[in-house]
Design a binder for this molecule. Structure first.
Ligand SMILES: [Zn+2]
Length: 278
């Protein structure tokens, strides 16, 4: 088995998104109208797990279309004020898999940590795969409220039918439930509510190390240690609880923590650098 990081471009976000500021609706206002941007732009990672049971992709990254004017709804204040994507066609996950010699037909499963655009932006590259989503997350993308929350369900391919994540695998470490993605049990999904209410993470066990594909549970390892919720989580306290849960897990099991937007995630993966929890 092998895990690879795929960087699908970069994104500029506000400092107040990475480190949430204020309370209640004020947190989002601080993201929208904050003046300082994170410098340099942060990476957008997706992950490929080359497993004996088939290739598993975690998140699909962003599309190059994100740089086109009119791709995002113009009335949506977040896209207008608080985010700038830099994705070239060759950065898209499908193009990069091809470069690696991986045919999209060989990808058996795609797992989405959540459905924000920079994680679900290239579902189009996986017409032959089973795409697993935590169903409450998928439901959240639907309708007008979904659009207000920034989901782009009108951009999903018309063949897209999400398959549920069934949390029938019992507890796993500090996590109250889990789902075995592989029959061997070495790839699991665990609930990591916070950044979105039905956010999930993927844990890959390889040579006694747990690679924690964390999605947006935090934007960096430092923010996990400091338990800093981001500025867009609807429930910052829930986000903190999940961070505590991850730290408890890492205390018991050697864990390499890999958030989607941490500039050091790929380096930590390569170096097998585990979290130190005191
Ligand atoms: Zn997100």
């Amino acid at each position: 088995m092998k895990i690879r990081a795929i960087q699908t471009g970069t994104v500029e976000v506000k400092k107040n998104q990475v480190i949430g500021k204020g309370s209640g609706v004020g947190r989002l206002v601080n993201v929208l109208f904050g003046r300082e941007w994170v410098e340099p732009p942060v990476p957008i990672y997706a992950w490929v797990i080359e497993h004996a049971e088939g290739i598993i992709v975690v998140d699909t990254g962003e599309t190059a279309r994100a740089s086109e004017s009119g791709y995002f709804p113009r009335w949506q204040p977040y896209y207008k004020l608080a985010v700038r994507f830099h994705v070239k066609p060759e950065d898209e996950i499908g193009a990069q898999l091809k470069q690696m010699g991986i045919n999209s037909k060989d990808v058996t499963k795609v797992i989405l940590t959540h459905m924000h655009t920079d994680h679900a932006g290239r579902l189009h590259d996986f017409p032959h795969s089973t795409i697993h989503v935590n169903m409450p997350e998928y439901k959240r993308t639907r309708g007008f409220q979904g659009q207000i929350d920034g989901y782009l369900s009108h951009r999903y391919p018309n063949w897209f039918i999400p398959q549920p994540i069934q949390f029938d695998g019992g507890t796993f470490g500090s996590f109250e439930s889990s789902w075995n993605v592989t029959s061997k049990g070495d790839v699991k999904v665990v609930p990591t509510s916070g950044h979105t209410p039905a956010h999930v993470s993927v844990i890959v066990n390889l040579e006694d190390i747990n690679y924690f594909l964390a999605g947006d549970t935090t934007y960096s390892e430092e923010n996990l240690h400091r338990k800093i919720p981001d500025g867009v989580s609807p429930d910052p306290n829930q986000a903190i609880e999940t961070m505590q849960n991850i730290l408890s897990f890492a205390k018991e099991h050697p864990t390499v923590y890999l958030p989607s937007h941490d500039p050091n995630s790929a380096l930590r993966l390569k170096a097998k650098q585990t979290l130190s929890v005191s």
